[in-house]
Design a protein around this ligand. Structure first.
Ligand SMILES: C[S@@+](CC[C@H](N)C(=O)[O-])C[C@H]1O[C@@H](n2cnc3c(N)ncnc32)[C@H](O)[C@@H]1O
Length: 236
């Protein structure tokens, strides 16, 4: 599935506009429709868990990035304030509503080069081996075909690059999974988000070499550091 490629390059100290959102993609990608709708209240909806857990986790995740960074599913741009000045960040998302919020957030930051582009993670127009870092936070629970999206993430990562996944996923505990399964009754229709995907297994199946898995909330929220090749250093 391809969306029109957006004009997305931006200069230092400002974010580029998310590009044209006039194309009607609702019949082609229901996730974008769901997130366009959710974008208006998304930050408010997540405010409590953001304060209690996610903000700290984002800092930890973003601390790993370097060089040319691709953030997949940038959403409303909650990670943007944490990027180092030295990073050049390309944030992509399928939802214009979410990108618009990210653009506003980026405009308030003045220290990092940020480009925002509307794009489907399952079919990105970047050449192979483009980025030093690929990062996603709470995204591969939602990408319609996570295998395709993770395959693309691997493809665009440089051979010596690093992938950072801060994701929630199914638990190894039966009781917790029952709770997560119950949550699916709401999250799937509202946001297309599955609480019971085995994202760590999907990351490994895509071909990433996993170097570190940190459990940040039970075994549900995990920070996973991976590389494209076994000999690439996850410490770099
Ligand atoms: C749960 S939100 C997380 C947003 C952000 N990463 C964060 O940490 O707050 C998931 C995001 O992934 C985006 N998304 C879902 N499927 C996508 C796809 N195929 N391509 C690009 N973005 C996608 C949604 O539009 C949404 O902004």
């Amino acid at each position: 599935m391809n969306f029109r490629r957006e004009a997305g390059s931006g200069g230092r100290r400002h974010a580029s506009p998310p590009g044209s959102c006039s194309e009607d993609v609702s019949s082609r990608h229901s996730i974008s429709t769901k997130y366009d709708r959710a974008s208006k209240s998304y930050d408010r909806m997540e405010a409590l868990i953001e304060t209690l857990l996610f903000r700290k986790a984002r800092r930890r995740a973003v601390a790993h990035v370097r060089g040319e960074v691709l953030e997949i599913g940038v959403g409303t741009g909650k990670n943007l304030p944490f990027y180092p000045e030295s990073a050049t960040v390309t944030g992509i998302d399928v939802s214009c509503g979410m990108l618009e919020r990210a653009r506003r957030r980026a405009a308030r930051l003045n220290n990092t080069e940020i480009r925002l582009r509307r794009m489907d993670a399952e079919a990105m127009p970047f050449p192979d081996d483009s980025f030093d870092t690929v990062i996603s936070t709470f995204v591969f629970c939602t990408v319609a075909n996570p295998h395709a999206g993770l395959g693309e993430a691997l493809r665009v990562l440089k051979p010596a690059g690093k992938a950072i996944f801060l994701e929630h996923m199914r638990s190894r505990h039966v009781f917790l999974n029952a709770v997560l399964g119950f949550m699916n009754l709401f999250t799937l229709p509202l946001l297309g988000t599955s609480m019971t995907r085995d994202t760590e297994a999907n990351i490994r199946a895509a071909g990433f070499v996993v170097h570190d898995v940190e459990l940040l909330f039970l075994d549900i929220v995990r920070l996973i550091v991976a590389t494209k090749n076994a000999d690439a250093s996850a410490k770099a």
